[in-house]
Design a protein around this ligand. Structure first.
Ligand code: HEM
Length: 210
């Protein structure tokens, strides 16, 4: 990670490629997912069959982009930023949450300023790790199951395996959507609301921004 003046090269090209494909794919999945989930005779956001087709294609795209994320993290040191040390973790998350809820509005300085060594603050680290290593694999695996239902166990006790997979898939989709809303809000915190959005496009993070 190169550091120059007050800029750090946080997002190499593979992260930006993964993140762009993932972001576009997830937005399509949310829109088509809502269409499929809530469509009835009185409510239709788009053609139902088109929504299914687009959902399948976007799902495959997100799955493939997740491979870029996994391989990139395995082959570079980026995985270190996702490693959680349990000792003191909750205290640090509490301090960062207090900053977001109170300190930031009192113009206090961030308790964990980002640097070459600390790419994520403790709350980001925890949330990103849960999303990327728990929710996203769960979403992708259940998505593959629904795309290829012959892979799913027929019955779990008296409940259909497809039904249970669909419930899990929709619940994880809802959680990732909630994450995205919070992610967009938190990403807008900094010296300027667009600062971090520029960073994830050009790779360079200005220090002092959350
Ligand atoms: C319109 C959609 C999205 C936008 C505009 C966006 C924006 C950003 C921005 C500005 C950053 C860099 C600053 C920061 O770390 O907060 C970032 C990083 C990140 N985003 Fe997003 N995001 C989007 C969708 C997503 C989705 C859907 C996910 C996961 C499901 C995600 C996961 C991440 C992760 C894990 C990082 C850190 C990557 C790394 O450096 O290893 N983002 N995003």
């Amino acid at each position: 990670m190169k550091e120059s003046e007050n800029k750090i090269y946080f997002y190499p090209i593979w992260i930006r490629v993964w993140h762009s494909l993932n972001a576009i794919g997830i937005l399509i999945l949310i829109y088509t997912g809502i269409t499929m989930y809530y469509s009835n005779q009185g409510f239709r956001l788009m053609d139902f069959q088109l929504a299914i087709n687009m959902h399948n294609i976007a799902g495959i795209m997100v799955g493939l982009s997740y491979l870029i994320f996994t391989i990139g993290n395995l082959r570079t040191t980026n995985h270190k930023h996702y490693k959680i040390k349990r000792v003191g973790m909750f205290e640090k998350v509490k301090i960062q949450s207090q900053y977001y809820l109170i300190g930031m509005f009192k113009k206090q300085r961030p308790p964990y300023p980002l640097s070459e060594k600390r790419k994520f603050n403790p709350l980001q680290k925890l949330i990103y790790s849960i999303i990327m290593y728990l929710f996203m694999p769960g979403l992708i695996i259940t998505g593959i199951g629904l795309l290829l239902p012959e892979l799913i166990i027929e019955n779990v006790y008296h409940l259909s395996g497809i039904f249970l997979t669909a419930i899990l898939h929709a619940s994880l989709g809802f959680l990732v959507t909630t994450f995205l809303l919070i992610h967009l809000y938190v990403a807008s915190i900094g010296q300027h609301p667009l600062e971090n959005f520029k960073s994830i496009l050009n790779g360079y993070h200005k220090t002092d921004a959350h």
